[in-house]
Structure formats: C-alpha cells, structure tokens
Design a protein around this ligand. Structure first.
Ligand code: SF4
Length: 725
C-alpha cells in the first residue's frame, strides 16, 4: 500500500548535484550540531544536512543550519581592508600591510598618550577556540590592555560567575545525555524549541520514551511552556526568590541529601536564617507563584531519583543573574544531584563558541580557566609565552558593559570590535551610537562590512566565515567539535587568527611570543597549557575530534573515553575542595511597570534568526518566515485598549522609542509585551540594561514601556528600516 502524497503534487526536492559532502559544525548556536556541506562539481557549497553519526544531532538540523551553506555567497561580505580618517568620510580600500601598520601605530599612540588600558578590545563567541587563544596572547601578552572582553558578557557572564561562586570554576557540569536519565526536568527562562531546537528534540525524544515531569518557569507562555506539565509564570526578575523558597521547603521538610551535603559542601552560618525570609507564603506575593505550587515543585524535585535544571537568558540576563545561577546550584547541591546522571545543572549557552572564549580567550583572566589574581598562573603563562610576567595585570579589567561607559567618560579612546555588533546588541542603543561617535579610533573586524557598527569605524578588517577556515568550537555540554574548511573566503578576507598573528608583529612582545601559522599547531600549544587543569584537552587532536564527531573535556593524555559530567567524585575547584552553598538575599531593583510605563518589556529569540541578523538577515528563507520586528501583546488587553492585530504601534520607554507590528496572543500576560531582540533599531532602543553586580551582565528582560498610537504609513517606513541594513 502506498502512503502520503503519491499522486497529487508530490513534494520534489531539487537535485543540487552534490558530488561531495564535507563535515563541519554549525556556526550559529551552542548546540554544536555536526553539519555536512554539500559541494557541487565546481566545488561550490550548495546544500547542508545534519551528520547522521554525530551523537549531538543524529542527522537533525534546525532551519538556520539547513540554509547555512547559503552564507558563503551571502551579500555584504567584506573582501578588502577599508580605512578612513573621519567616520563620515567614505572608506578607501587598503592593503593588509598598510591597514595593520596603521592599526599598530594608532594603538601605540593611544596607549602612549592615555595609558595601556585606553585601548579596549571586545570580541565575541563566534571565533574558533584557537583564534580566541591567539587573540588572548595578543591582547594580554603583546598589546597589554586590561580592558579586553567578549560579547559573552551579554549572554553567559552570569552562568560563569555563578559556577565560579558555587564550584570554584566555570564549566557546565551536565550534558545532553542527562535527558536520558532524569526523573524531573526544571527549565528556567529557556525556550528550547525556538532557541536550541535540536537540544529540544533530544529532550522531547526522551520524554516520549520515558515520561518524566517537565516544569517550565517563565513569565511568558513560551513554546516550551505550552508542552510542559507545569508552567510557573513568574514575575520578571524574581527567580532568586523562587529558588530560595524551593531550598527553604527542602530543608524545612528534611528532603535534603544530608550525606552529600556533609561530605561535599560548606554553607554560611546565616544560610537557613536567610531562607526563612523566603518560606513559600512569604515568597509567593513577591514572585507571583502560589505557595502550594512552590511546595509541590520543591518536593517533586527533591524526591526524584535524579533531577536536573536547565536555563538560558531568563536567568542570566537579570540584575540577579549570577545569584540565580547560584540558586540553581544550591538546589542541586541540597538534593545531591550535581555530577549524577540525569541530575545537576546545564546552562544552555547562546553562541556557537561562547564556551571556547570562556575557556581559552583570556578575557576573564588567562587561558585554561587561569586567573590573573593568582601569581602562579601569571608566571606559568608568562613563562610559556616567553615574556615578562609584569605585563599581566593583577586583576581583571572592565567588562564589555563597563567599557562603553568608560568611552563616554574619555577613559577609553580606541576600540577594536571583533565579530560583534553593539549598535544592535547592547541595551539603550541610542546611547551606544553616541558613545561610538566619541572614539578616536574604532576598528571593526567582521565577515560582513555592512554590519551596523561599521558605520562608526575608522578601519574595517574583513574576516573569513566559520567554514572558510579550520579549528574547533566547544558546545554547551563541553564537547569540542571540529570546524572544517569547505571553501575559500572571498577576496582578501583572512581567518581571524591570521589577522591577530599579523598584527602581533607590530608589537615588541608580539615578536617574542610564538604565533603558529596553523590552527592545529595552535591547538597543540593549548593542549600543552591545559595539562592538569579542569579543562584538560591534552589527549585531544583535530583528527581525533573529527573521528569522534566531538569529544567532551576533560580528556587527558592517555584517555580513551570522554568525560560527560563534571564533579562526579564530589571534588570541586574551590581551594577547600568543596562546593559552596551561598545565601542569596533578594533586593528588588528592577525597572517595574508604573503609571507612566505600565507594561513589562520582555525580549528573546525567534528560531529563524541569530543574534543581530548579521548573517541570518541575508538568507531568503529565514527572512521569509520571520521578516519583521513584531510585538506580542495580550489579546484581552489589546482589545481593551483598542489596539488591533497586525497594526503598528509606537512603544516608548525612558530611553527611546520603537515602532513595531502588534500580534495578539495569549502567550504574554496582560501587563507584558514581548519583542524579539534580533532587529536593528528596535527593541534595544528601549531596554535599560541594569547590570548584575557580580557578572556585569545586563538585565535585558526587565524594563517598562508604554504604548502609543502611530500613523500607519510612517510606521510602515520606520519598521522597514529596522529590518534592512
Ligand atoms: Fe545550528 Fe543550533 Fe540549529 Fe543546531 S540547533 S543547526 S547548532 S543553530
């Protein structure tokens, strides 16, 4: 018997005439899907598919991966270095030597006039790990600036900070395989089906085989919340209160794993006392989750044989982001879940190689999770690189979110942006625009010369895209994956590591430090430097990683099996070897709705786009499915206010305004609106972005706004601007 559309309009997939498939890793999100790029007879990439043998994605890709080969021929690529004296002049093409000579002398001039830290560098989570390591060498060892950070401060800094405070080191303890063993899954501010579709598929597949409770904590009825057994629509910014309440119930009812706690943890004297302030009846009116639901979830989690928590930006992008992560760690320590199959915490990372920058870029210290504050670490790295230790500062400098205010005050005069686009990604972009205008010297290094931040650059350096070079990324579950070169970069665009190595030759220390030519030689250096560290990769090589479709660290010399989970032996990275439970008093400092600005503004992602659309905005099918900035508004509230579905409105905050198309939905409560963050000159004109005191990560998801009517024709024009470049 024949099934399906056999007679009428059968679906035909066009023959792309692929003669060879080349394996790489997707360059968008941190899931780490193994991707095969199909090449035609002329050696042109014409198709993409998931690699069936790869454990991460088992043949699947999301819509971004399916069209990823189209990036190689996408519009707006940079092909030659560009220079200009003033930002409103036209750019002139330049040779690499001319551009890098000028860049080197401008950096030296600025540092001589205003001090070494007056030149800042902000990179990304998009480069290959070998490139991050090379940039760290250049920034810390040759240029010698301490104002060096990555845009990962906008997405993962709170996870990093929380892990360090609880466990003594960064490094997500869990892995995707935990979905196969868990008996209870708690998801905080994580909309997996749209943010990380393939991780969602891994989770869903396990749920279908073996039912376990899925509990989603999110102010919005996200796609994941729609599939959940329980949805807790929490008041924005109050996760710490709910987590404290869970901990209070567990200790009050004697549900903790006392043996685990005794052997493996320490806790401050006031720990239980602080929790008393967040007993369910006291927490309920603050976080808007009723006391019985809090007790039910706490009991369910504590009584499960193995319980795990996942989270994304709903926790991290908050003034209490680091505390939220510590609260999740507290919960997993109290219940003895850390390091257990199916238990513990897994921060789901945003960018494809945000993990690589955390491990190796030296942004938050020195390579291999070493810290500047430790004299032994400073000496070890200085000796390894063959330079004087005195070039290293004794504590870390400004984070990205503090670098921009330091430009405003004149403390920083020069800036180098590497594959990052603050003119769209930072909170309060009107202020960022004025800030960039103040710089004496701005260099933008990117694969795309039409990236918005380039409007304010004095120099543009064209970089190769992900599979125009070879190296590695680390994914969310600490899996090091291979990136293969499948085609050449356009024009004279270079891999980022080559740009860093070439620039290094313009500095005295850069001539002393070895900058290897190939990424496999750079990887060999990292392997050596990783020995004995938590992030030990000494047993890996590019070939071994390729053969295995990725290997999870630690993977020491002589190892034959990768390490799926950390802390299985209860030994942590604090000097006392223990994990630290921490007290988390809550102070509400959010910009909450009031009479003038009565709606919460929530932001997030859509499945079709990645970050500031520098890449996905160029792909026809992705734009077709998600063409325009829009705002989700509660249907009942919209009808009450006379706001029609699919009409434009103006949204106003204390920072600025944005024009968006209204979509009626019950996904948001009456007092909240939601806008995807991908579009230029849109939601980040409105956001406040108060900073977490520990991680310096901005609270993108807690601002307040009001809604105003707008002339529909003018609005259509303004809305169009937000989706074009
Ligand atoms: Fe790429 Fe992430 Fe989609 Fe996988 S889920 S194909 S890694 S964007």
């Amino acid at each position: 018997m024949l099934f399906g559309r056999t007679k009428k309009n059968p679906i035909k997939i066009a023959d792309k005439k692929v003669v060879e498939w080349k394996t790489s890793t997707c360059g968008y999100c941190s899931t780490g899907c193994s991707i095969e790029i199909g090449m035609n007879g002329e050696g042109v990439p014409v198709s993409s598919r998931g690699a069936a043998e790869a454990d991460v994605n088992r043949g699947k890709l999301c819509i971004k991966g399916i069209y990823e080969h189209e990036l190689f021929t996408s519009a707006g690529r940079g092909t030659t270095p560009l220079m200009r004296d003033k930002i409103y002049d036209d750019f002139q093409p330049a040779s690499w030597d001319t551009a890098l000579d000028h860049m080197g002398s401008e950096i030296k001039r600025i540092q001589a006039e205003h001090g070494p830290d007056s030149f800042a560098i902000v990179s990304t989570g998009q480069l290959m790990t070998e490139e991050f390591y090379t940039l760290g060498k250049l920034a810390r060892g040759a240029i010698g600036t301490n104002n060096y950070d990555g845009n990962t401060t906008l997405c993962m800094a709170s996870a990093v900070s929380g892990y360090k405070r609880s466990f003594g080191s960064d490094g997500p303890p869990g892995c995707y395989d935990d979905f196969s063993h868990t008996d209870c899954l708690l998801a905080f501010g994580s909309n997996l089906p749209e943010q990380h579709p393939v991780i969602y598929w891994r989770m869903k597949e396990e749920l279908e085989k073996r039912k376990f409770p899925l509990i989603v904590i999110d102010p919005r009825v996200t796609m994941l919340a729609q599939f959940a057994d329980m949805h807790l629509p929490i008041r924005p910014g109050t996760d710490v209160v709910l987590l404290n309440a869970f901990a209070q119930v567990i200790l009050d009812e004697g549900l903790e794993d006392a043996d685990y706690l005794f052997k493996n943890t320490t806790r401050p004297n006031d720990f239980e006392n602080v929790l008393q302030d967040y007993a369910p009846d006291k927490a309920a009116p603050i976080c808007d989750i009723d006391a019985d639901t809090i007790r039910t979830v706490a009991r369910l989690y504590a009584k499960s044989k193995a319980a795990m928590s996942i989270w994304t930006m709903g926790i991290n992008q908050s003034t209490h982001g680091s505390d939220g992560v510590v609260g999740i760690n507290n919960l997993n320590l109290l219940t003895g879940n850390v390091g257990k199959p199916g238990g513990g915490g897994l921060s789901i990372t945003g960018q494809c190689n945000a993990m690589g920058t955390r491990e190796w870029s030296s942004c938050s210290g020195l390579p291999g999770y070493r810290v500047l504050e430790n004299p032994e670490h400073r000496k070890e790295v200085a000796d390894f690189w063959g330079i004087e230790e005195s070039i290293f500062p004794k504590k870390v400098g400004l984070k990205e979110t503090d670098i921009f205010p330091a430009i405003e005050t004149g403390q920083i005069k020069g800036l180098w942006l590497v594959a990052t686009n603050p003119l769209t990604s930072m909170a309060n972009t009107a202020r960022i625009r004025k800030t960039l205008e103040k710089l004496d010297f701005l260099v933008v290094q990117d694969a795309y010369e039409d990236v918005e931040s380039n409007q304010y650059a004095h120099m543009f350096l064209p970089a190769a895209l992900w599979s125009e070079k070879e190296g590695v990324f680390t994914n969310t579950e600490r899996r090091v994956n291979i990136i293969s070169k499948v085609t050449e970069a356009p024009g004279s665009a270079k891999p980022d590591h080559e740009i860093f190595s070439e620039l290094a030759k313009r500095f005295d220390n850069g001539k002393k430090i070895k900058f290897p030519d190939t990424t496999s030689e750079i990887f060999d250096e990292m392997r050596e430097l990783s020995k004995g560290r938590l992030v030990d990769i000494s047993g890996m090589s590019h070939d071994l990683i390729r053969e295995n479709h990725g290997l999870q660290w630690p993977y020491k010399e002589g190892d034959t099996v990768a390490t799926p989970r950390l802390y299985t032996d209860g030994k942590f990275q604090h000097s006392d070897g223990k994990a630290h439970l921490l007290s988390l008093p809550f102070f509400d400092n959010n910009e909450s709705p009031d009479e003038d600005y009565p709606f919460w503004l929530n932001t997030g992602r859509v499945v079709e786009h990645f970050h500031t659309r520098t890449r996905t905005g160029k792909i026809g099918n992705l734009n077709k499915f998600s063409p325009t900035p829009y705002m989700e508004m509660n249907t009942d509230m919209a009808i009450e206010l006379g706001i029609e579905h699919m009409k434009y409105i103006r949204l106003v905050s204390r920072r600025g305004d944005a024009v968006v198309l209204v979509q009626h939905t019950q996904r948001v409560p009456r007092n909240m609106v939601f806008i995807p963050f991908h579009f230029h000159d849109c939601v980040n004109r409105l956001t406040l972005g108060l900073l977490d005191p520990h991680s310096r990560q901005p609270a993108f998801k807690q601002s307040s706004v009001r809604i105003e009517a707008v002339d529909q024709k003018t609005a259509a024009r303004l809305n169009m601007q937000a989706r074009t470049f």
